[in-house]
Design a protein around this ligand. Structure first.
Ligand SMILES: CC(=O)N[C@H]1[C@@H](OP(=O)(O)OP(=O)(O)OC[C@H]2O[C@@H](n3ccc(=O)[nH]c3=O)[C@H](O)[C@@H]2O)O[C@H](CO)[C@@H](O)[C@@H]1O
Length: 347
């Protein structure tokens, strides 16, 4: 196998980190990888990379995101710090001497991309959202390609529509795997409840109401507030599930925020879904994400401030349950294949 040296950054939230991870896991099948990963201090990738990509060289950056609105005076200091940090990064990258860079968004990527640009090393960007983030907007002009997940993503240059890479199991998955989640039986309908990578109090509130009349359904609920759901026997709570995607092929449906990576998974696994977009997302992009999902899979969209508990309950009641011996047959994700086809340095 050929060796490829790649600089990667992308994180802060799971939505940025997991597409980078999916890309790396795909390449591992075909190349010896030497990865230099720039991580955001105290965020998800710092915890996950030692387990997910144990061989990666890692560097934690102190970069802080810009405050909104952008004319905040503190941002002048943050941009200065970021320029200083970029000079140090440039030295490190020069020494590493990568074939190319791959960046999946988040403010952490800004000083790294700037260093790559100055060193004239080719880099590729990936944008998960329908409305791009600030860093990708600023740097897509200089990218070799900017991969987009929505055909109509505005403001970017050098774009190619590929979709958003998702993680998928490397083998067939039996529904039995659900028994690892403390469920009593596999015959009941099973729904995953997930508020993005950070959890969602709003989804906790909504589901607390829904659980009052859904004893007939099993729920695997990812929440920071397990205590609250203890009285519901059919609701099994988890603080975080490392490989949530492993059960997506065998569950019957999902209640979820509409972050870009969550919806890419919902579409890939063809999940019946109750989508509750987060209104705080830039330019309301979670609503656009949710609408795109609705074009592809059986779903309803709920307004987080003005929803009907009954319509959620009805939707969940109408979903068909998979048989107890159901198997999700492994399939691979086209978006990551598409992306690699466009990276000249891989050929
Ligand atoms: C609050 C916030 O900033 N939201 C943004 C963030 O969302 P966020 O980080 O929540 O990202 P997404 O919803 O897109 O993806 C969440 C990812 O975490 C995984 N997961 C989640 C919980 C768990 O226990 N285990 C697990 O593996 C999911 O399977 C999925 O792969 O990035 C997205 C992609 O840029 C944006 O669209 C969102 O608007």
């Amino acid at each position: 196998m050929k060796t490829k040296k790649i600089v990667v950054a992308g994180g802060g939230t799971g939505g940025h980190y997991y597409p980078a991870l999916a890309f790396i896991k795909y390449l591992e099948q075909y190349y010896n990888l030497d990865i230099l990963y720039f991580m955001t201090k105290g965020r998800i990738e710092e915890k996950k990379i030692p387990k997910d990509i144990p061989y990666a060289k890692t560097i934690t950056l102190e970069t802080k995101g810009l405050l909104r609105p952008l004319y905040n005076l503190e941002n002048v200091k943050r941009i200065n710090d970021f320029l200083k940090e970029s000079r140090g990064i440039k030295k490190i990258i020069k020494e590493f001497n990568p074939d190319f860079g791959f960046f999946t968004g988040g403010y952490i990527t800004a000083p790294v991309i700037l260093a790559m640009k100055k060193l004239k090393i080719p880099y590729y960007l990936h944008e998960q959202n329908s409305i791009p983030g600030l860093v990708n907007k600023r740097f897509s002009k200089y990218s070799k390609k900017t991969f987009i997940s929505f055909k109509e993503t505005p403001y970017l240059q050098n774009t190619v529509y590929t979709g958003n890479p998702v993680r998928y199991p490397s083998k067939d998955i039996k529904r039995e795997i659900l028994l690892n989640y403390n469920l009593e039986d596999l015959y009941k309908k099973t729904i995953l409840v997930m508020g993005g990578s950070l959890g969602s109090e709003k989804i906790d509130d909504i589901m607390y109401e829904v659980y009052q009349s859904t004893e007939n359904i099993n729920f695997i609920h990812i929440t920071k507030d397990s205590e609250r759901f203890q009285s519901f026997k059919n609701v099994k709570t988890f603080d975080y599930i490392d490989n949530a995607y492993e059960i997506m092929g065998v569950i019957d449906g999902i209640v979820s925020r509409a972050g870009a990576t969550s919806i890419a998974e919902i579409i890939f696994y063809n999940l019946n879904s109750v989508l509750i977009p987060w209104k705080g997302a830039a330019e309301n992009h979670q609503m656009i994400n949710a609408k795109k999902t609705q074009e592809n899979v059986n779903s309803i969209i709920c307004d987080e401030d003005n929803y009907s508990t009954n319509s959620i309950i009805n939707f969940l009641n109408n979903i068909n349950s998979k048989p107890a011996d159901y198997i999700w047959y492994q399939k691979s994700d086209d978006s990551v294949k598409n992306i690699t086809n466009y990276i000249e340095e891989l050929n």
